[in-house]
Design a protein around this ligand. Structure first.
Ligand code: PLP
Length: 426
């Protein structure tokens, strides 16, 4: 295929006429499709439907350590849940705390506590003139929403194929003690699907931040969310690396079963060093008398062990892999070699990240919308919703059916072509 940049003005104009005609035809179909929602489809929720049968009125609801899960108590989580999810978190059971259903909620709480109470005796962040966070971009909009909500200034750090630009991270955190943290999605990142290399993880573990209360917010949301059984990414375990580097308290690690069991009713957990956990438990005793232990019990009895979790994740992969592939195939067939867009083929996670020509993302998303296909807002993957190059678009292939996806992807590439030609002709 001839790259658009090599085409003459006349060639581009002729092509644009054809594409405009095609666009009007697609628009006339009155599509109503949504490629913006990073959530599992009904078929995926049905994979773990049996969870609802694990507990009923005749079930013994006493946990292994003798706790009646219907009652108050047990701040950290019941024994069998901690054993199971410590395997998912790749840490010993004593290094995790089980929470409610949402890891994002734990992250919000963590930032909130740092703001009001500081970290291990440091000045509460809200009492400081300035608090800054590093934000690898493109990244997860809800992370950025939390830090924006608390008035924390966000600094963009570009992602590379190995993870965030570590030269920049090291330089910034070593010089500026108002930088208190960094958001990381280290495996199958949202939205690019990038897994941090061993060297990146080790460089994180060896960081020497100017701020003693600097923390890495390690959101391992997609830790077991592989698309290919025989072609998986591997991520070094950060807490262990931090210990080895003499920096045991540097990281808070988060995950949940939102995309393993149910996004609305999964279980979430946090892993951290003993000192960090001790501080967190002090807050937790004030915050709650205990999280939902029945749900912990349900999860523990249903999945049993890591092999049980992985078996279900293979079923998820079987459903979503064809969807990812349907979108990637359209991108490759329609845009490959045209020089008007780039994307990474992810091996896991929930998204495909598309890079358009500079200054085109907003127009592409608007044009898709006009013809009935909703994409994630352009800019959403950047702090303050501002993509400096206006080029990143997040595609979420999990929710629609493969047929809907193929249709939506066809429209998407059409819009990419039209908007790119408009830019080249401008
Ligand atoms: N972290 C990342 C990177 C996500 O993409 C998502 C959901 O899309 C979440 C966290 C939400 O997690 P939870 O459902 O546990 O709150």
């Amino acid at each position: 295929m001839k790259s658009y940049e090599k085409m003459s003005k006349e060639e581009l104009e002729t092509l644009k006429k054809e594409l405009d005609k095609k666009y009007e035809e697609v628009k006339a179909k009155g599509l109503k499709l949504d490629m913006s929602r990073g959530k599992p489809s009904k078929a995926q929720l049905d994979i773990t439907a049996g969870m609802m049968d694990v507990l009923d009125s005749s079930t013994d609801l006493v946990s292994e350590d003798g706790v009646d899960c219907r009652n108050y108590g047990v701040l950290d989580g019941i024994k069998e849940a901690k054993r199971l999810f410590s395997q998912m978190a790749e840490v010993p059971p004593e290094k995790i705390i089980m929470y409610g259903n949402s890891s994002l909620n734990i992250m919000y709480d963590t930032i909130s506590r740092c703001m009001t109470h500081g970290v291990l005796g440091s000045t509460p962040w809200m009492k400081l003139d300035k608090v800054k966070f590093l934000c690898p971009v493109p990244g997860y909009d809800r992370h950025f929403a939390i830090t924006e909500y608390f008035g924390i200034e966000m600094i963009n750090v570009p992602m590379t194929p190995e993870g965030p630009d570590m030269d920049m991270v090291e330089e910034l955190v070593s010089k500026d003690d108002s930088i208190k943290g960094i958001w990381c999605v280290p495996k199958y990142s949202n939205p690019q699907g990038i897994t941090y290399s061993d060297e990146t993880v080790r460089r994180f573990a060896r960081l020497k931040p100017a701020a003693e209360d600097f923390r890495i917010f390690w959101d391992n949301a997609y830790c077991i969310h592989h698309l290919y059984e025989d072609d998986q990414d591997f991520l070094l375990e950060i807490l262990e690396e931090c210990e080895k580097a003499g920096n045991p308290d540097l990281v808070y690690k988060f995950a949940s079963t939102s995309k393993v069991s149910f996004p609305g009713s999964g279980v979430a957990f946090l892993a951290a060093s003993d000192r960090n956990l001790e501080e967190i438990r002090k807050q937790l005793t004030i915050q709650t008398i205990g999280h939902d232990k029945l749900n912990q019990l349900r999860h523990a009895r249903y999945f049993k062990d890591l092999a049980g979790l992985k078996a279900k994740m293979r079923e998820h992969a079987d459903i979503i892999r064809p969807k990812f592939e349907a979108v990637l195939e359209v991108l490759e067939n329609e845009l490959g070699g045209l020089g008007i867009g780039e994307w990474i083929k992810p091996k896991g996670g929930y998204f495909i990240s598309f890079e358009s020509m500079e200054g085109c993302a907003k127009k592409i998303v608007a044009k898709c919308k006009e013809a009935g296909v909703i994409m994630t807002n352009a800019g959403a993957t950047f702090p303050y919703g501002k993509d400096p190059k206006d080029s990143n678009i997040r595609i979420a292939p999990t929710f629609p059916t493969p047929e809907e996806l193929a249709e939506a992807a066809e429209l998407f590439v059409l819009c990419v072509k039209i908007v790119s030609i408009e830019k080249l002709l401008a």
